[in-house]
Design a protein around this ligand. Structure first.
Ligand SMILES: Nc1ncnc2c1ncn2[C@@H]1O[C@H](COP(=O)(O)OP(=O)(O)OP(=O)(O)O)[C@@H](O)[C@H]1O
Length: 445
């Protein structure tokens, strides 16, 4: 009943010739809950609509249970879609709304038993005689879910189904959706731009940027082993700290990563990961530090693997159960484009001219939107004297989470310990190099 969904090299080009989904390959197992996650406009809904049959696939293949399915009509796919705007018929009661797809599917058959069973499952039996206008947002969404479930579909396709609801209700329904889909064991593809929602719901999370799949993995893996800085920055709250660093690996001294005025000394003996960093000697890299990698403490209390730096308090964000402290450590933050926007920013004209190979020209002509490297450090402008930071709302270069009992004020110089075992290093293009990727880098490169 429930089915596997495979997309192989699937692209979508709308009439204007822009590729909004670019060579996406994804295998979704029967009964799996897969979340498509990414910023607004990155192509998530388009992927969902191609799976549903509501949008034609420009290139590539869709397979349902291994069978070629590009040309199947939406009804033949036996999938149910739930949208954010619920789309209930206003002139029908809850009973009629839930029973509607059943009446279309099997005219003449009595939909009551299935409608009643569905309403029982969702706890909405007492709402069966009400019209949508007489229901709250959460109740309407439950009815919409009921309509999707009653047909016993082979897959659920959900497009931001909770985004119109308030935070409390969203959390509640999120838990309901998770347990319901698990109970039914139906393959589910769920679209959201909310990383917390993706992490709490998905068996796996597929992160997209500019129409291109960046990584598909378990929530734990996308958090702990993000493939690139985009994934690292998109997932996790507070957002990972990304600092520009320089690897120094003298033959006769300790290996360090300098962060502007300070440096992190890598503990000896060097781990295999850190030994591999030697090839980056003299190159700029991006250091990623999640909030659990840094704590406020004196060097004397350092545990093995923790290295000291200091930070100047620039801003203290009180959040009740915790405090986020924004420090200035004298390093330069690395900025990741596209985190909120749809498309990778266009590269500067001068650089485009230099890259004018036949392949690149052909690619451009084909209207390809294949998202390029996430960050190219040597393209980033050097801030001149007196230059304003790119995001004036976020002072400091390092945000550290702490308990509310520590009294910190702007202007204080504070000792910090960095846990090197939680250190991420990304190369100039934003690809993760430490912890090392599965495939070791080509040292001759
Ligand atoms: N019918 C269409 N014709 C032309 N362009 C379209 C069409 N539908 C979507 N697009 C464009 O395709 C890109 C991807 O849109 P899509 O709705 O798939 O993104 P999304 O990631 O789901 O965004 P959101 O979270 O805002 O819904 C966007 O740039 C959008 O403007």
């Amino acid at each position: 009943m429930t089915r596997s969904i495979s997309l192989h090299d699937v692209s979508k080009t709308y009439t204007r010739g822009t590729r909004v989904v670019d060579r996406l390959t994804l295998d979704i197992a029967p009964g799996e809950f897969l979340v498509l996650l990414g910023p607004s406009g990155c192509g998530k809904s388009t992927v969902l609509r191609m799976i549903a049959g509501l949008e034609e696939i420009t290139e590539g293949e869709l397979r349902l249970d291994g069978e070629y399915a590009n040309d199947l009509g939406p009804a033949e796919r036996r999938m149910a879609m739930v949208f954010q705007n619920f789309a209930l018929y206003p002139n029908m009661t809850t009973r009629a709304n839930i029973g509607f797809p059943l009446r279309i599917e099997a005219p003449g058959a009595d939909p009551r038993p299935r409608v009643d069973a569905t309403a029982r499952m969702l706890g909405i039996e007492d709402l069966l005689d009400r019209y949508p206008a007489q229901l709250s947002g959460g109740e309407r969404q439950r009815v919409a879910m009921g309509r999707a479930i009653s047909r016993h579909p082979s897959a659920f396709l959900m497009d931001e189904p909770l985004s119109n609801l308030d935070a409390k209700l969203r959390n509640h329904l999120r838990a309901e959706i998770a347990s319901l889909t698990r109970e039914l064991g139906v393959t589910t593809v769920y679209v959201t731009h909310d990383q917390a929602e993706a992490m709490s719901l998905g068996d796996r999370v597929a992160v997209m940027r500019g129409g291109v799949l960046q990584q598909v993995d378990s929530p734990r893996s996308v958090y702990a082993l993000p493939r690139n800085v985009f994934v690292a920055a998109f997932i996790g709250t507070p957002r990972i700290n990304l600092l520009r660093g320089l690897v120094r690996a003298p033959l006769d001294g300790a290996m360090t990563i300098s962060l502007g005025k300070q440096y992190l000394r890598l503990p000896e003996p060097l781990s295999l990961d850190h030994q591999l960093l030697r090839v980056q000697q003299g190159r700029e890299v991006i250091v990623g530090l999640r909030s659990e990698a840094v704590r406020i403490a004196h060097p004397g209390s350092a545990r093995p693997g923790e290295m000291p730096i200091t930070g100047l308090v620039e801003h203290v964000e009180f959040q009740g159960h915790e405090v986020l402290v924004h420090f200035n450590t004298g390093s330069r933050p690395a900025h990741v484009p596209d985190l909120e926007a749809a498309r990778p920013t266009a590269r500067p004209a001068a650089r485009r001219r230099r890259d004018g190979t036949v392949l690149n020209r052909l690619r451009e002509r084909a209207g390809s939107l294949r998202a390029g490297p996430v960050v190219v450090l040597d393209d980033a402008p050097e801030p001149g004297p007196g230059a304003t930071p790119p995001d004036p709302r976020l002072p400091g270069d390092l945000v550290v989470r702490t308990t509310p009992d520590i009294d910190l004020r702007r202007g204080m110089q504070v000792p910090l310990l960095v846990d090197i075992s939680h250190l991420f290093v990304f190369d100039q293009h934003g690809e993760r190099i430490c912890p090392s990727p599965d495939h070791l880098p080509d040292l001759d490169e």
